[in-house]
Design a protein around this ligand. Structure first.
Ligand code: NAP
Length: 286
C-alpha cells in the first residue's frame, strides 16, 4: 500500500482530542476520513467541525478504511480493537495512539498482523472533540513501536502518514517507550499533582488565598500537567504502573536528598545540585 501523495480512506476510532486533531490534519491533505465514536452527538459535532467526512457510532463504517487510528481512552483501545476486527479486511493497517505501549502491543499484535503501536507526544489540558485543533503534531515527537513480526509495509504506511503531520518520528521497543515516558510524562503528572495538593495543605486560609493570588508563570509551568485530565492520569498510572513506580521511588530519593541539604544548611552542595540540573535541562527541552 502506497500512501504518499495519494488519497486514502483513513478511519479514526474515538473522536476526542487526539482523534479529532488527526482528522483535521489528514482531511486537509485530501484523505477521506471515516470517524467512529461512542456518542451520536460527538459524531455529528466531528462532521460539523470538519474533522471527519463521515461519522457513525457503528464500527462497520470503518470497513472501507485502509488505515485505522484507534484513539479511544487507553483502557478501551484493546477491547475496541477486538470488536473492530470483524469489520476489517486483512490488508487494513491498524495503529493506536495510547500513552502506554507495552500492554497494548502485547495484547494487539496477536489479534492483527498489520498492527503497529504509536504514541504522539502532543496534547492539551482540555479533552474531547471541542478541544481538537489543526497542526497539533507539528514538530512534536511521535513514537512508533513495531515489533519483530510487524510487516514493513504496515510500518511504511503509518510512518508516511505520521511524517505528513509534521511530526518527528522515533522508533523503539514498547517497553523502552514506557520507561522513557514514565520519566518525562507520567512522573511529571504525579509530581505536579502532588505540588498542587501540598500547597492546599497550608492551614492559614489568608496565606493560602495570598499564595493563590501571587502564583504566576513559575507555578503555571510546574502545575500545568497536574491540573490536566484526571482520567488520562489514572490511565497512565494504571497501564504504566511498574515504570512509574520505579521513577517515583527515584524521585522520592532525590527529593529527600535536597530536603536533607536544606535541613543541614549545606548551601554549597545544594548549589552544585541545582547547577547540575540547570545544565541538564536543555538535554530534555530546548
Ligand atoms: P478524549 O479527548 O477523551 O477522546 C477520547 C474519545 O473517545 C472521547 O471523546 C469519546 O468520545 C471516545 N470514546 C469513548 N469511548 C468510546 C468507545 N467505546 N468507542 C468509541 N469511542 C469512544 O481523549 P484523548 O486525550 O484524545 O486521548 C485519547 C487517546 O490518546 C488515549 O488513549 C490517550 O492515551 C492518547 N493520548 C492522549 C494525549 C493527550 O495529551 N490528551 C496525548 C497522546 C496520546 P464520545 O464523545 O463519543 O464518548
Amino acid at each position: 500500500m502506497e500512501c504518499q501523495n495519494q488519497s486514502m480512506n483513513i478511519g479514526i476510532l474515538g473522536l476526542g482530542l487526539i482523534g479529532g486533531c488527526l482528522g483535521f490534519d489528514l482531511r486537509s491533505q485530501g484523505h477521506h476520513i471515516l470517524g467512529v465514536s461512542r456518542r451520536e452527538a460527538t459524531c455529528e459535532k466531528a462532521v460539523a467541525l470538519g474533522s471527519v467526512d463521515q461519522a457513525s457510532v457503528d464500527l462497520s463504517l470503518l470497513a472501507a478504511a485502509e488505515v485505522v487510528f484507534i484513539c479511544t481512552p487507553l483502557a478501551l483501545i484493546v477491547p475496541q480493537f477486538e470488536q473492530l476486527i470483524a469489520h476489517l479486511s486483512v490488508a487494513t493497517v491498524v495503529t493506536d495512539v495510547g500513552s502506554a505501549k507495552a500492554h497494548i502491543v502485547k495484547a494487539s499484535s496477536p489479534l492483527w498482523d498489520n498492527f503497529i503501536g504509536g504514541h504522539p507526544m502532543a496534547g492539551k489540558t482540555d479533552n474531547g472533540i471541542e478541544a481538537a485543533q489543526r497542526h497539533l503534531f507539528v514538530d512534536k515527537p511521535y513514537v512508533l513501536t513495531p515489533i519483530t513480526t510487524t510487516p514493513n509495509s504496515a510500518i511504511t504506511v503509518v510512518e508516511e502518514i505520521v511524517r505528513s503531520l509534521g511530526a518527528n518520528i522515533y522508533y523503539c521497543q514498547p517497553e523502552q517507550h514506557d520507561r522513557a515516558v514514565s520519566w518525562i510524562s507520567h512522573l511529571p503528572v504525579i509530581v505536579s499533582s502532588s505540588l498542587i495538593a501540598a500547597c492546599l495543605n497550608e492551614t492559614d486560609s489568608d496565606v493560602l488565598e495570598l499564595a493563590q493570588k501571587l502564583a504566576s508563570s513559575g507555578f503555571r509551568d510546574t502545575s500545568r500537567v497536574g491540573g490536566g485530565n484526571p482520567e488520562l492520569g489514572v490511565m497512565m498510572a494504571r497501564y504504566n504502573r511498574q515504570a512509574l513506580l520505579r521513577s517515583l521511588q527515584q524521585y522520592r530519593h532525590n527529593l529527600d536528598e535536597l530536603t536533607n541539604l536544606i535541613e543541614q544548611e549545606n548551601w554549597t552542595v545544594l548549589e552544585s545540585k541545582l547547577k547540575s540540573t540547570q545544565q541538564a535541562r536543555p538535554g530534555f527541552v530546548e
